[in-house]
Design a protein around this ligand. Structure first.
Ligand SMILES: [Zn+2]
Length: 174
């Protein structure tokens, strides 16, 4: 029974198994975080203006150098990181790390944790609608875009948007 075996293995995974198999880069990537060329990143655990946190790939830990930070003063391993990031108990963080390991290979389960869309369909539609409204306004302001449409015989199209590639402000949904 292959399924039974792998399930058993999953539940007997120890903390040291997790630390051995789950890299800090995987955990950072899971939360959309990445380091700069000096292995530094803005600390997610305090209001960080400059990259105060350093990643140590060899030990799979991060360390925040800001004395204003609640995690300052000790290395944060993968489990601690998940615990602080998601405000979980240690036990919950361990379970989360196990599921991350499942999702990143090892053949335990093809968990879709990372494959899930970051935004819901509703938010996506709202964002796209806001974006299109912006492109419509841009079109109305652009002689070149209007001329292009006429030139192509497309002026009868009811709704058209235009983006000149210089979007200055980030778009917000709603
Ligand atoms: Zn910090």
């Amino acid at each position: 029974m292959q399924l039974y075996k792998s399930t058993t293995k999953k539940f007997t995974m120890t903390i040291s198994d997790i630390k051995q198999n789950l890299s800090i880069t995987t955990v950072l990537a899971h939360y959309g975080l990445s380091v700069n060329g000096s292995n530094r990143l803005c600390c997610p655990f305090h209001d960080d203006k400059k990259p105060s946190m350093e990643m140590f790939p060899k030990s799979d830990t991060v360390f925040c150098f800001s004395s204003n930070c609640k995690v300052h003063g000790k290395p944060i391993d993968v489990i601690d990181f998940v615990m602080h990031q998601e405000k979980l108990s240690k036990h919950e963080a361990i379970l989360k790390c196990k599921s991350l390991l499942g999702a990143t290979g090892g053949g335990v389960a093809a968990a879709p944790a990372q494959a899930q869309p970051m935004v819901s369909e509703k938010v996506r539609v709202k964002t796209m609608t806001a974006a299109f409204a912006h492109f419509q306004r841009s079109f109305a302001q652009s002689k070149a875009a209007q001329a292009y449409m006429q030139n192509r015989g497309l002026e009868r199209i009811q709704e058209v948007g235009f983006h000149d590639g210089t979007l200055s402000k980030p778009l917000r949904a709603g």
